[in-house]
Design a protein around this ligand. Sequence first.
Ligand code: AMP
Ligand code: GLY
Length: 420
Amino acid sequence: MRILVVGGGGREHALVWKIGQSPKVEKIYCAPGNAGIGQIAECIDISAEDINGLLDFALQNNIDLTVVGPEVPLTLGIVDIFREKGLKVFGPTQKAAEIEGSKAFSKGLMSKYNIPTARYGVFADYKEAQGFIREIGVPCVVKADGLAAGKGVLICLTKEEAEAALEDILVGNKFGAAGRKVIIEEYLTGQEVSMLAFTDGKCVRPMVSAQDHKRIYDNDQGPNTGGMGAYSPAPVYTPEIHEIVLKDVLEATVQAMAQEGRPFQGVLYAGLMLTEKGPKVLEFNARFGDPETQVVLPRLKTDLVEIMEAVIAGNLDNINIEWLPEAALCVVMAAGGYPEKYEKGKVIKGLDEVPEGILVFHAGTKSANGSIVTNGGRVLGITALGKDITEAIEKAYQGIKHIQFEGAHYRRDIGAKALS
Ligand code: AMP
Ligand code: GLY
């Protein structure tokens, strides 16, 4: 098979790496890819958001299966457009991807189908939003309705902060059209877990649990990022909690989407808060997580292409998905200054010295003049498997010691929460 993977981050490197292990695969292209992906696939200089460019490429190059990594092409309708031309594509349709693309839609769905989530209101009007904040009190959470590259969620500890957030989004148009409406939510506390599942629109096959580390600094300090590391499994996610999440969240949501005439095919990602009152959904994503994918796929034993084909064919119930018992851990190395302003083009040294068995997934990298240089905020994800989290931590941090680039920084406590 000839495969096209859309995207160019650490998630896509992990996808290309895993897809490449399938005996069914003869050639992999990745658009736009990165330097690491370029070592195992052919990178094509087409943006992940250039749907027509991707379509032309897929048609001209007889692509048998397209796998979409990021949310933006999904919400732009890449799956609908490819399908219309008879192309096989892994991911949800535009109407199904709205579960990530509009928080007002996903909250409405959860409320209609009793899927556990934080109490909320949706507002386009500043005064009404302000009134709701007075009613629910602080801390509260203010979210832009649409996609905001992970920056659209503001945790507000005081009424003043919440009003400033409303002002920024509704009046100042900080997130443009994505912020025409805001969602105001009750503030939840607990540990966060990401549960991803494959689904063909009827059958749900959960992956293994993972925990992301969103804050930039150790001990979850500082601003949110795209994710500074992850591990799998998350020990707080017990089999009892899993039963609830599988039934009341993942299966309930897939059924709800079908009932709404928006059957969901692909990967459904539930971001969960494990509260004292049980697991509650913080958000849904319509795709693989980044960096969760970098710890989940190394644990997958089953052929990923076979799973994806079954999802598309609607016979996922025929597939038995197997996972390695080992733990996996990924530490992200970021550019100096990230998540604020950072420079690109720093030469990355030591990639060849990383011991065998440690996976280096590239995110923001590119090849230039015979070297590999930084080309984004999150640069690399160093991933290791171990018999348990302790061993995975040891190995990943051993691996990272070999790599240097100017300004490089990373968290030293990835996985620490799993041990406490
Ligand atoms: P989201 O993009 O909706 O997952 O939000 C990003 C992050 O904001 C989450 O991973 C949580 O850390 C935090 N968050 C979102 N909603 C809430 C909530 N209702 N209560 C507490 N924290 C939240
Ligand atoms: N790790 C968070 C996300 O993929 O959205």
